[in-house]
Design a protein. Structure first.
Lengths: 316, 265
């Protein structure tokens, strides 16, 4: 089966500084891919590259980026606009900032729908209201008549999710969609996203640092560090048998309700643009060997079942 | 003596002529060196309580005592003196700094405002940076030149400039990713031990509250529903609402099953 999204050996830089290095990932219809990693590891840049929002300073230096067979790197701007919103949905990290502050929510919904064809206003309105009520926004009429600044951060985020889902995109990209929400709303939003996947086979790429959300909803996990995917595999393999020392440290840093205490990772990731020898994580790695800080070829080390890491030694 | 004593605190907002109680008769205390977590849904009134304690919002009724002194209605110079004993750390570290000022100057300002001589303030700024494990060069950087975690450390340094007894943290680690969050939590714990600080932590991550806090106050619809030690409240919740909050948390272990709890409409 061909994947709906295929990223191959992607290199992205901002103003000449390399941000993403040799990223290769594939996402199939109906699957959810979780992208985790520290701030500044390139997670958001990866999403922006896919949806073509790198901006004037961002550049794809090398690699392939295909959505359903369409080359997203060489696509015309006009064609990209047609894809965005309808077939490619996006939920941004800061919900308030992703909406027009001086237009009412309802108007923004209609604007988005009209950009992709004509709809019966009344029917669309009920559909939006249903979607909002499923996201536990029961006061839908009031919300559609509100400006973004009149709603709380959590409400805005749910509105943004509804806005991204209303056209049933084939691929939904979400950048920290639940971080601004409290636990009860988060639980329902996650359920809602999964229902969308179950009903419409929407593929999703979720960037989040909430490991609970990751371990509940995703199928595959990509762990990013310093612009590289350092470990990839099925959720159970990565969470239960992490092979890269960074993944292991990341899992140990998760606060848990019951059981062990959280442990941080000392040190800082390498600064973008400053060269390092060998493995980018070597300076903070507890099991680093001399070879890790010298010339080390970063090639995927296969553990079977699609599970691989960039660490040649592994944790077991 | 309690570091913070809140009694019958109430805040009423009125919108379109209708009155609405955001905080309804809440009372609790924080001991010296204690970390108290304030949890509840969005809109439950957590931040309103914190804002009233920090005197950023006047309460409708009730009293707030800081180190035995009532601060509910303090104004002017005496309020500024009270601000030496408590400080606040906000959710978005970068938004809480003046983007056109170097971090050192922002931290120093707290002290020069309190009448400390500039040279002394400068020296103390560097010591504060040591305390929060930031390099001294960071005094000459702007907020946009450092990462979110580093910026939150700088915000802590600024909060500690007046030697406060109480730190109010409003979602201070929510915007940070897990490994940076763990570093900040370790720092908060160290400061708690070394300086005997007390914390009022607003936090919606219950697992984090369990890891960091000694006591927990659960708020629902402006009312206090449950309070006790973190181990007791999170390990053995008595109230349905607390149970609901805990059931909403996804288990980190992917092999554990999780079912969406029934939410009352």
């Amino acid at each position: 089966m061909t994947p709906i999204l295929s990223i191959q050996q992607l290199d992205v830089s901002y103003c000449g500084t390399r941000i993403l290095n040799d990223v290769t990932l594939a996402l199939h219809t109906g699957k959810i891919l979780g992208v985790v990693g520290e701030s500044g590891s390139g997670k958001s840049t990866l999403l922006q590259a896919v949806i073509g929002l790198l901006g004037d300073h961002g550049r794809i230096d090398h690699g392939k980026l295909e959505f359903d067979g369409i080359d997203l790197i060489r696509i015309k701007k006009k064609d990209m606009r047609r894809l965005r919103g309808k077939r490619l949905g996006m939920v941004f990290q800061h919900p308030g900032a992703s909406m027009n502050p001086i237009r009412k929510i309802g108007v923004q919904f209609l604007e988005a729908l009209h950009a992709h064809g004509d709809f019966d206003k009344k029917e669309v309105r009920t559909r939006i209201l249903n979607m909002l009520s499923e996201l536990r926004l029961t006061d839908g009429e009031r919300i559609l008549n509100s400006y973004p600044f009149e709603l709380s951060g959590g409400m805005n985020q749910r509105v943004a999710i509804a806005l991204a889902m209303v056209l049933h995109p084939e691929l939904l990209l979400a950048d920290e969609p639940t971080s601004a929400l409290d636990v009860t709303v988060q639980a329902q939003v996650v359920r809602q996203l999964m229902d969308l996947r179950d009903h419409f086979g929407t593929a999703m790429m979720m960037v989040t640092h909430n490991m609970g959300v990751i371990s509940y909803m995703v199928d595959q996990i990509a762990v990013m560090y310093a612009g590289r995917v350092v470990e990839y595999g099925n959720k159970l393999d990565v969470m239960k048998h992490p092979q890269h020392p960074y993944t292991k440290a990341l899992i140990a840093a998760i606060p848990q309700l019951h059981g062990r205490k959280m442990v941080g990772i000392p040190g800082q990731p390498p600064v973008f643009g400053e060269p390092y020898a060998g493995c980018p994580f070597a300076a903070r790695c507890t099991s680093a060997r001399a070879a890790c800080r010298q010339e080390l070829k970063l090639v995927p080390n296969d553990y079977g079942n699609g599970h691989w890491t960039l660490c040649p030694y592994g944790c077991d | 003596m309690y570091v913070l004593e809140i009694e019958n605190l109430t805040k009423e907002f009125s919108k379109n002529g209708r009155k609405f109680k955001a905080v309804d008769d809440v009372s609790f205390t924080i001991d010296a060196g204690e970390c108290c977590g304030l949890v509840g849904e969005s809109g439950s009134g957590k931040s309103t309580i914190a804002k009233m304690v920090a005197r950023l919002l006047p309460p409708t009724s009730g009293t707030i005592k800081l180190l035995g002194e009532e601060i509910t209605y303090l104004q002017g110079k005496r309020l500024r003196q009270a601000y030496q004993k408590m400080a606040m750390v906000f959710q978005m570290p970068k938004d809480s700094f003046n983007p056109r000022r170097k971090l050192g100057s922002s931290i120093q300002e707290v002290m020069t405002n309190a009448g400390i001589h500039r040279a002394d303030a400068k020296k103390r700024t560097l010591e504060l940076l040591d305390l929060v494990e930031l390099k001294r060069e960071y005094a000459d950087r702007f907020p946009h030149q450092i990462s979110g975690g580093e910026c939150q450390r700088a915000a802590l340094a600024r909060a500690l400039a007046g030697n406060p007894q109480l730190l109010i943290c409003d979602e201070a680690t929510s915007a940070l990713d897990v490994s940076v969050q763990a570093q900040i939590v370790a720092l908060l714990k160290r400061l708690q031990q070394e300086l005997g600080l007390s914390y009022l932590m607003i936090c919606h991550d219950l697992a984090l509250v369990k890891n960091l806090c000694d006591t927990v106050v659960v708020i629902q619809g402006g009312q206090l529903v449950e309070t006790g030690t973190a181990d007791a409240v999170i390990g053995n919740p008595k109230q349905a609402y607390t149970k609901l909050l805990l059931e909403s948390v996804f288990p980190v272990d992917p092999t554990e099953t999780w079912v969406l709890p029934e939410y009352p409409r």
